[in-house]
Each structure stands twice: as structure tokens, then as C-alpha cells.
Design a protein around this ligand. Structure first.
Ligand code: PSU
Ligand code: MN
Length: 343
């Protein structure tokens, strides 16, 4: 009897070994690898200007079909400036830098399938489960860095939410800016957030925040834009008035291997900015609705944006699209200036 048990134990032990070996081998070969499109890879290799673009705005920030139109137009804008666009996302688990048009359509038109909102913490799960989704600013910065892309354009930054000192809802975008050397060109944190605390947090984390002076500000100190509006009421730590300065800031950080990113806030052009009183009222309503419905965590921003879109009868969405296109133009110019500096 003893012998029989020993034989069984031995067999189980051998099976276990075999099993573990095969799981290890198959497991590794099934982990999706980083994919960089050949166009983007070439451009980076030969120091041509490249601008990366996020995709949570496609999957969760804008409604269909405006999302798909925006995703294509923003790439055209980047190209019109002579830079190469690199839209970033996870496609069936694969981290992808430089989506094809088909991939953009697949991402934007979910057709009832779920699309994940992917920030830093979500990445390993999305890869292991072969999920498809849009990358937040944080996740887009991570993949941009892996692809050696220095400049990234988008609409609104995540930040410290209102009452964040109680809820601790602070976007992972802010921590990413402290540890990943990519320049984010955006319209500032949306005024659905606590802009003052967002700035405090970024200061603590060592992130340079600069507002671009487009020449249309009245006299006086320049404030951070409030995304929909030119003025959030919160002072901007720095103001820059040239593309060259922006490029020099990025290169200065790189020359000392500072690991942090950079935040360039581009005020919305005067002609398309929304009046503060109007939008602030809508934001307050959106916030009350979110609280009443107990919306928390990563669902907060998409909920608020959707609510604001309905309340403004689509005006917030068309503003959002215009700002992204405008920011992409400025980011492309910064990327071009960087190529010259590095040339
Ligand atoms: N703010 C917007 N539109 C957006 C986002 C933020 O006005 O689409 C997206 C961006 O991708 C940003 C992310 O990185 O939401 C932040 O989400 P969270 O607060 O859950 O980190
Ligand atoms: Mn959050």
C-alpha cells in the first residue's frame, strides 16, 4: 500500500512539474507585446516630429459618432503641421502606439461591446485578459515613453476632484506627470475639478505647469485656463509665450535626466471659449447629480461629461473637439521645434 501511495505521489509530482513548465512557457508567449507602428518607429528613429494622442477621450470622453470624427481629424491636424500622429490604445490586450484607421474605428464604435478606461493600474489586467480600451493621460504617457515620444496632445487633464480632500479622488494623471518625462499639451484641468488643489498637488510632485500666452490676454497676471473658459481663477505658476521656450523646457529637463513630465496649458481661443457663469452653473448641477446617484471612482469624469453635454445641448462636446484640435496644432509645433533642437 505504501508503495502505491509513493507511486501516486511521484506521478502527481512529475505531472505538476510538467504542468508548471507548460504554463510558464505558454503564459509568456501569450502576453501581448508592445506594438509601435512602423511609421511612428521610423519617425522617432530619424528624429522627425511625433505627437502622441490619448484614447480615453475616444472611448469615454466623447459620444459616438463625434468621437470617431475627432479621432481622425486630430490626426489630420498633426499631419498638416508636418508631424506624425501616434494614437495610443490597447487593442485586444495589445499595447499599441500608432493606431491604424481600422483600429481607431474598432475602438470608437464599440457596437455594444465594452471598452475599458485604462489608466496605470489597469494595464496588466487589460493585457492579461486581452481587453480593448482607451488610455488615459497617465497610460498614454507610459506608452509614449516606451516609444520614445516626448510630446502628447489632448483635451482635459485629470486632477483633484472637488471635495478630493475627503474622497481622495485624485487622478493618476498627476502622479504620472511626476515620474514620466512626457510633455502633455492640454486645455488645463476641467473646471469640474478642484483646480487650486490640482495645482498644489502638481507643485508638490515637481511638475512644471505653464500657461501659453497666445497674446489675447488682457493686462494682469495670467491664470490657468478652466478648459471651457480661458480663466479658472487660479494663478498659473508659469507663463510662456513661445514654442521655442516650450521645446527648451523639455530639453532642459532631459539634459539633467529629470524624470518628471511637463504640463502645457493652452487657453481656448477667445472666439470659441464658453462664458464662465454659464458653464460653472452646469458643472454644479452635474456634480449634484453625480453625488445623488452615488457615482464614484473612474466613472465620475465620464458621467459629468455626459451630463454637461446633454445640458449644453452638445455645445460642450463641440468645444471639446475644437480645443483638442487646437492643442494638437500647438503640440505639433513644439514637436517640430524639439526636432530642430535635437537635430
Ligand atoms: N477630462 C476630460 N475629458 C477626458 C478625460 C479627462 O475633460 O476625456 C479623461 C482623460 O483621459 C484623463 C482621464 O486622463 O479622463 C482622467 O480620468 P481619472 O480622473 O479617472 O484619472
Ligand atoms: Mn478619479
Amino acid at each position: 500500500r505504501g508503495n502505491k501511495i509513493t507511486t501516486i505521489m511521484l506521478r502527481n509530482f512529475r505531472n505538476g512539474l510538467r504542468c508548471r513548465k507548460s504554463i510558464g512557457y505558454r503564459g509568456l508567449s501569450h502576453i501581448p507585446k508592445l506594438h509601435i507602428s512602423s511609421e511612428v518607429e521610423e519617425a522617432v528613429k530619424y528624429n522627425k516630429p511625433v505627437v502622441s494622442l490619448e484614447s480615453t477621450i475616444i472611448t469615454h470622453g466623447l459620444p459616438y459618432p463625434e468621437n470617431i470624427a475627432m479621432a481622425k481629424r486630430v490626426e489630420e491636424v498633426v499631419r498638416s503641421y508636418g508631424a506624425v500622429p501616434a494614437t495610443v490604445a490597447f487593442i485586444d490586450g495589445k499595447p499599441t502606439v500608432g493606431l491604424t484607421e481600422k483600429e481607431i474605428e474598432y475602438l470608437a464604435d464599440a457596437n455594444g461591446e465594452s471598452r475599458v478606461k485604462i489608466s496605470r493600474r489597469d494595464i496588466p489586467l487589460v493585457m492579461s485578459l486581452n481587453q480593448t480600451g482607451g488610455t488615459t493621460i497617465a497610460a498614454t504617457m507610459i506608452l509614449s515613453k516606451l516609444a520614445n515620444i516626448s510630446v502628447f496632445a489632448t483635451g482635459g487633464l485629470g486632477g483633484v476632484h472637488r471635495h478630493g480632500e475627503v474622497t481622495m479622488d485624485v487622478s493618476a494623471d498627476l502622479d504620472e506627470l511626476s515620474k514620466t518625462p512626457v510633455a502633455v499639451v492640454c486645455s488645463g484641468p476641467k473646471s469640474i475639478l478642484d483646480v487650486q488643489r490640482t495645482m498644489e498637488y502638481l507643485e508638490t510632485k515637481g511638475v512644471p505647469v505653464m500657461t501659453y500666452d497666445d497674446g489675447d490676454f488682457k493686462d494682469g497676471p495670467i491664470n490657468i485656463p478652466g478648459f471651457y473658459t480661458r480663466d479658472s481663477g487660479v494663478p498659473s505658476p508659469y507663463t510662456i509665450n513661445s514654442i521655442l521656450t516650450a521645446a527648451k523646457v523639455i530639453e532642459s529637463g532631459k539634459s539633467l535626466d529629470l524624470e518628471n513630465g511637463f504640463l502645457f496649458c493652452i487657453p481656448p481661443p477667445v472666439a470659441i471659449a464658453l462664458p464662465s457663469d454659464f458653464i460653472n452653473e452646469v458643472i454644479k448641477e452635474a456634480q449634484h447629480a453625480a453625488q445623488a446617484l452615488n457615482i464614484t471612482g473612474k466613472a465620475v469624469t465620464p458621467f459629468m461629461l455626459d451630463f454637461i453635454n446633454t445640458k449644453t445641448k452638445g455645445e460642450s462636446v463641440s468645444c471639446n473637439v475644437s480645443f483638442v484640435l487646437h492643442n494638437a496644432g500647438i503640440a505639433s509645433q513644439i514637436a517640430k521645434e524639439l526636432s530642430v533642437l535635437r537635430g
